[in-house]
Ligand binder design. Structure first.
Ligand SMILES: *Cc1c(COP(=O)(O)O)cnc(C)c1O
Length: 458
């Protein structure tokens, strides 16, 4: 077949020069950072794939929007623009802005959870689970088994296992389950989407028992794009239409606008429930700021409103997810062990398969992220035993089945040539995998340890 290429639906107006260190300098930098890529200075990084959070390039429209910031303490016009955008694009009735996603998670957890409750979810996310636990609940993973298998090619590995959910309801009773935590694209499973078919079934089951659904909608538009590409019956629907349909099946939403919504800071809690809205609107004053700014400047809310509209455009998602798939396919072609299928916001390297000679106590994913930085200045993130933390009761490490390194692609930031450089480096590190020796943890913070833990080479 004749090749027809496509490219990004934008051109570049401004550039940010990058510094490149020598290999010797990188070895010194990662040693000083305790072999934790979170502790590197960004100046010492060449291609930064640590996270897609807050790292997107804003459009000229969004930058222009910053100049329209109405920095009134109360009733900023940007709040009303954002509120109207959340209502029309996402379809939720009430909006409480927050400085980022975890502040919304904090509030919804405090409002809905009672001590001793259970919160089932399609796998966990670090901050989400922590806030559920701090509010007194026990998190229960009810994602389908395929999500834990990096080789399963099932296209909707974010789906909820209805039998697991039913079993939990039968065991603890519906009154001990305030809500199901449902994320669109499951970050920890490799950026895997949930299907609408599954979500509809979850809605039906939860409705039967009067259980709410809290939607972590951080990457809802990316999830919608995958539904359009892969779920029968959705090929002719737009991303915007699918986003609305997903949201309509849920009761409340938490949003980290630093992902899908193309801003560097921002988030919100949205709900269709008047009582929850009133509580959150009151609580936000304590933790974030007045309910018409929630820890954000007016200009931030303006950029977010514009970013939300851009995020649900088909062309945007085609280029965004397309770039991630491009990198993933380069690696697949070379036989690099990655989580399959390729997700929407990053490519997840299977560190256990890179380093079969390392045990989880030697932190294979942490090791791989460090080796990649030393090889090329590419910064990635550990998603393995360090991220999984310790069991609250036993104090032992949680040993997740997956030991992953996430190459997360910022939106609209890097070019295809950058992706080629990344792929070439990963291939080199894979070829030298036998020589890696693993790490020892020498400092461990109490909460979300992956951010600040320090290691030394074994
Ligand atoms: C980033 C993220 C969050 C937390 O949002 P912050 O803006 O970082 O506080 C919650 N859920 C998912 C799935 C995320 O990716």
């Amino acid at each position: 077949m004749k090749r027809r290429s496509w490219a990004e639906p934008y051109k570049i107006k401004m550039v940010e020069p990058l510094k490149m260190l020598s290999k010797k300098e990188r070895e010194k930098a990662i040693d000083e950072a305790g072999y934790n890529t979170f502790l590197l200075r960004s100046e010492d990084v060449y291609i930064d794939l640590l996270t897609d959070s807050g790292t997107s390039a804003m459009s000229d429209r969004q930058w222009a929007g910053l100049m329209l910031g109405d920095e009134a303490y109360a009733g900023s016009r940007n709040f009303y623009h954002l509120e109207e955008t959340v209502q029309t694009i996402y379809g939720y009735k009430h909006l409480v802005p927050t400085h980022q996603g975890r502040a919304a998670e904090h509030m919804i957890s405090k409002i809905l959870i009672k001590q001793g409750d259970y919160v089932p979810g399609n796998m966990y996310f670090t901050t989400t689970k922590l806030h559920q636990e701090m509010a007194g609940a026990k998190f229960v993973d009810v994602i389908i088994d395929e999500a834990h298998d990096p080789n399963s090619e099932y296209p909707f590995k974010g789906d909820i296992d209805l039998n697991k959910l039913q079993a939990l309801i039968d065991k603890v009773g519906a009154d001990k389950i305030p809500y199901v935590a449902m994320a669109t694209t499951v970050n920890m499973a490799g950026g895997q989407p949930i299907s609408l078919n599954n979500l509809k079934a979850v809605r039906e089951l939860t409705q039967k028992y009067g259980i709410d659904i809290v939607h972590d909608m951080t990457r809802v538009a990316e999830n919608a794009y995958m539904i359009q590409q892969k779920e029968p019956g959705y090929q002719d629907k737009t991303v915007a239409e699918i986003v609305k349909e997903i949201n309509s099946l849920t009761d409340h939403a938490t949003m980290s606008a630093k992902k899908d919504a193309l801003v560097n800071i921002g988030g919100f809690l949205a709900t269709n429930d008047q009582r929850v809205f009133e509580e959150a609107r009151n609580m936000v004053v304590v933790y974030e700021g007045l309910h018409t700014y929630g820890g954000l400047a007016g200009r931030d809310m303006e950029a977010m409103a514009i970013g939300i509209k851009e995020s649900v455009m088909d062309e945007h998602q085609k280029a965004r997810v397309g770039q991630v798939q491009y990198l993933g396919n380069l690696l697949l072609k070379q036989g690099i062990p990655v989580v399959k299928p390729i997700g929407t916001h990053g490519v997840f390297l299977d560190a256990k398969a890179f380093y079969p000679h390392l045990t989880q106590d030697e932190f294979p994913a942490q090791t791989l992220a460090a080796e990649l930085y030393i090889d090329s200045g590419v910064r990635a993130m550990e998603r393995g035993v360090v991220s999984a933390g310790r069991n609250k009761e036993t104090g032992k490490h949680n040993y997740p089945k997956l030991e992953l390194v996430r190459l997360t692609i910022p939106r609209r930031v890097y070019t295809q040539a950058h992706m080629d450089v990344v792929a070439e480096s990963v291939i080199d590190v894979y070829e030298n995998a036998k020589n890696a020796r693993g790490l020892k943890m020498i400092y461990e913070p109490k909460y979300l340890r992956f951010f600040q833990a320090r290691f030394e080479k074994l």
